[in-house]
Structures are given as structure tokens and as C-alpha cells.
Design a protein. Sequence first.
Length: 285
Amino acid sequence: MAPKTEVPTPVPAGETEQWVGLEELTADPAFQDMLHREFPEDATAWADPVTRRTFLTLAGASVALAGVGCSPRPASRERILPYTRQPEEITPGVPLFFATGFTLGGVCTGVLAKSREGGPVKLEGNPSHPSSTGAIDAITQASLLGLYDPDRSRQILRRGNPSGWESAISELRGTLQRLGGEARQGVPGKGIRLLTDTVGSPALGGLILEFLAAYPSAKWVQYEPANRDNAREGARLVYGEPVNTVYDFTKAYRVLSLDADFLTCLPGSTRYSRDFSKLRNTHLK
């Protein structure tokens, strides 16, 4: 049987009568119907006062549930084994930090990688690098998850079939020797294509240029899923070549941004957000 919530519960002496709203005060039928439809089992709780016994009952139940939620998990069956040959620089439980860089759209941000027993676990901004000065953005933080992606390729594949490093290098070397030795129209290397993301590393870029010098007819293609071709084309129209434009917001008194979130998403946004905030603080003073 549905509770008769239209009958108010008498207020104990010495206590002030309270209501949830005007609807409850005036015993609005629509409000009573809403209680039954939304909370059919607890509709009378709106009118019943909270007694000491009710409070202690609810508090005890919450403590019991918290104890159940904090119960220890079953012990893992995995074993922690010592190194067969202990590396000199590794102490179990003591992290190591390495200065490295994260590249986004060809722009590098200096970071410090925190590593435990050979595996990076955290990225932080490098205080000594001018692009970050100790700061870091969300994209750089999340990039570490790619190392532990369960769908990441764990082996070399050739046309969808598992292969190995030795067979891959052997086949690649044979193909390059054949294409390099053949003189197709007097230019070796015709038919070779290199597909990479945007390369900002001088060392890697130098190696690729040496490869292209050995195979003049080879083509190097840089591709990004979210590319900046429009920005490079604009730079080519202004400067005569597709250079990477670096902005100095410390000298800008007015900023016009058209569909460009330069504070969070653009390459170099960590530095841009810092420079932009410095300019705002200067104006406030």
C-alpha cells in the first residue's frame, strides 16, 4: 500500500518545522504524486524527521560499506625476481630521471621522464628547457599511455603476417641494393618511398638526407593525421618557403585567433600559454 504522505508528521516540541519547498508546505497534489513516482519507497522520508536512531543506523551502514570497499585485494600470483646482472645505475624502488623531448607537429617540448626499473612511468616539464621551463600540457602527459597500449604492435609484420628483425633487415637490405644498383633513367632509387611523421630531430633528419643523397630518386613524405598544411602554406606565401612559424606573445598587445587554440592544442602551446600569461600580468600592473 502506498504511504499517505498527505498527512503531515507532527513536529516535536521545541523544534522548528521545515519544508522542502512551497509545494510541500501547501500539500500540493502534484508534488505528492511526484514523490510517489520518483521515490516510491522513500516518499515518507520527506515528512519524517531524522531521529538519533535513524542517524546512527545510516552512519553505521556507511562505515560498514566503507570497510568492505577498503578490504585488500587478493594477492597477485606474479613474482618479483631480482636482476640476473644488476645494472649499476638502477636501485630497486628508486626512480631515475632522463632529459628527453616530446615532438608534436615538428615542435619539441623538453620533458623529464621518470623511470622505474627501465620503464617510464611519468613525464614532467624540464625546468632547464626554454620550451617548457618546468611546465607540461595534457597531450604530452597522455603520450606516455601509448607505450602501454595493449593494441600496440609487439612484433614486425609483413603483409599482416608475423616476421622478425633479421628477416626484415635482410629483405630491406636486398631491396635497397637492387634498387640502388639499377639505373632507371640514370637515377638510382626510383620507386623508394619514405613515410614518416613530422621530423623535428636534427639527427634523424640528417640520416634521412644522407639516405636521399644515396638514392636521389627516392621520395620522402611526412604525414600527420592532424596536419598544419594551411599554416605552412601561409608561411610560404609570406616568407617564400614553408618555414615553421614561432610566435612571441610577450610582444603582442592584441591577439586575433581564428579557430586556433594556441594556449592548449597548437605545437608549442606550453610556451605560448606562459608568454601570454606574462603579458597579461604586465598589463595588470
